[in-house]
Design a protein around this ligand. Structure first.
Ligand code: KDG
Ligand code: MG
Length: 416
């Protein structure tokens, strides 16, 4: 079964997505997600110019060999653009293999280890009453674990906080409004936000105290620090949140420095999750071997596909570290479906992030996975169970959109 063609599909139904569609000589198609928020066209060009010409004529069944060929064969290894491209090829080939077998993909990954995937959703509010409403709305939708993000006094806009009116209306990112907390804005240049770490550290423990008082001790709560703290600040935050028993505290320090987590770990028993911007197993080496984290956060879309991420999870499982696959709206329904299949099969599943895509996204990506009772599940359709509607996609052309950048109050650049 040879690869006959590979098409790079760029569309913007609600937000920008890059999708790879591989077709074999006997007409079987597979999809892969290569979306890299704010840098979509770099991946599209890498795929079109440097990967697609290498795929045509290859044996579609040789998934591991193709992975190694694209990873080792590039000489310039790793990085989000390369690894998102490899991810798309890998996912599309798994989709094809499962379709040919006539089985849902999770069956090829070892079969079901669980009935479904526990997910967490994103509740947020500028102030506590809005946050409480948002938590209740998520519970009403069935969510059984909730990420909590709030406004910080003195800061006009903060990562993770939806403008609630838009969030409730399910506004589409394409209208230049946020839905849920979608942070990428359609603009020729990134918008600028401001940040004050001391104000954040003063405010957050009180928010979690209020949420626990309102919702009780059982509801699993998560929080995302979004890479903004120094190691000692992160240690202080983890310690101050211990009484509120978080499921995890995410991305407390910038991701490049694995050693930073050692200091955080020495000071707190709050479980730590990291990795949504990591692309390879090497980004996790110190963190996994020294047991400095509890959850691995990479998405299939940015970590070399099912082949790349499964390898990381196997390595993590040796150290009792679990999965927490990144599932924001900038991972397409193809990337999410792949995460669901992998999550169903691995032994060390932890939790799956689930932000729901905008209705326009589902006009283009027809999905078969289901969400009920706070759990995501794959369908029994062969392959990933997602199809791409070219006709619908034609009415959603690419538009430049960027994640914001962050400045401290004195104007210095800071991590966003
Ligand atoms: O593209 C950036 C988003 O994926 C990121 O900001 C979302 O931190 C995020 C999360 O945990 O979902
Ligand atoms: Mg995050």
């Amino acid at each position: 079964m040879l690869i006959e063609k590979a098409e790079v599909l760029v569309s913007s139904p609600g937000r920008n997505f890059v999708t790879l569609r591989i077709t074999t000589d006997d007409g079987v198609t597979g999809l892969g997600d290569a979306t890299l928020n704010g840098r979509e066209l770099a991946v599209a060009a890498y795929l079109r110019e440097h990967v697609v010409p290498l795929l045509v004529g290859r044996d579609a069944h040789r998934i591991e060999d193709t992975w190694q060929y694209l990873y080792r064969g590039a000489y310039w290894r790793r990085g989000p653009v390369t690894m998102a491209s490899i991810a798309a090829v890998d996912t599309a080939l798994w989709d094809i293999k499962a379709k040919v077998a006539g089985l849902p993909l999770y069956q090829l990954l070892g079969g079901r280890s669980r009935n479904g995937l526990l997910v967490y959703g994103h509740a947020s509010g500028a102030e506590l009453p809005e946050l409480f409403d948002s938590i209740r709305e998520h519970q009403d939708e069935g969510y059984r674990a909730i990420r909590v993000q709030t406004g910080i006094p003195g800061l006009p806009s903060v990562y993770g906080v939806a403008s609630s009116a838009n969030a409730r209306a399910g506004a589409d990112a394409g209208t230049d409004e946020r839905y849920d907390y979608e942070p990428a804005r359609r603009n020729a240049v990134p918008v600028e936000e401001s940040w004050d770490t001391r104000a954040y550290l003063r405010h957050i423990p009180g928010v979690f105290e209020a949420v626990r008082n309102e919702f009780g001790p059982e509801l699993p709560l998560l929080h995302d620090g979004h890479h903004r703290l120094t190691p000692i600040q992160a240690a202080k935050l983890g310690k101050s949140l211990e009484p509120y028993d978080l499921f995890w505290l995410e991305d407390v320090t910038p991701a490049e420095n694995q050693d930073a987590l050692r200091l955080v770990r020495q000071h707190t028993t709050t479980p730590l999750a990291i990795g949504e911007v990591f692309n390879t197993i090497w980004d996790y080496k110190t963190l996994i071997e020294e047991q400095l984290i509890d959850y691995v956060r990479s998405p299939i879309t940015h970590a070399g596909g099912i082949t790349g991420l499964r390898r990381i999870f196997d390595y993590a499982s040796v150290y009792q570290i679990k999965s927490g696959i990144h599932g924001p709206t900038d991972v397409s329904p193809v990337g999410l479906a792949a995460a669901i299949h992998l999550g169903l099969a691995i032994p060390n599943f932890g939790i799956q992030e689930y932000m729901q895509h905008a209705p326009a996204t589902h006009d283009v990506f027809h999905t078969t996975y289901s969400f009920a009772g706070g759990m995501l599940d794959a369908s029994e359709e062969p392959g990933l169970g997602v199809s791409y509607d070219d006709e619908a996609a034609a009415s959603f052309p690419y538009e430049a959109a960027y994640l914001p950048v962050n400045r401290l109050l004195d104007g210095s650049m800071h991590d966003w």
